[in-house]
Write a protein that binds this ligand. Structure first.
Ligand SMILES: [Zn+2]
Length: 75
């Protein structure tokens, strides 16, 4: 069985969380131009949208993954 978690990670992604819907929430490391950020591949939500834990990408990713039921798009 192939799942989305087994594909290569994009450059600068430092962590991924599997959502309850089977999508992934990725965290991109900060660089000199941008702060660390987290975004969900299932529903396109991002910590940059604001809301609870939005200032902490890791906490945002963890809590989003626990509640997001969006199914990932077929590759
Ligand atoms: Zn989501």
């Amino acid at each position: 069985m192939t799942t989305q978690t087994q594909t290569a990670w994009p450059e600068n992604v430092i962590a991924r969380y599997l959502t309850v819907g089977g999508a992934t929430v990725s965290i991109w490391d900060a660089d000199q131009w941008t702060p660390a950020a987290a975004a969900c591949a299932g529903c396109s939500a991002s910590n940059e949208d604001g809301g609870a834990n939005s200032s902490d990408p890791k906490r945002w990713a963890q809590s989003h993954a626990e509640t997001c039921r969006a199914i990932p798009k077929p590759a």
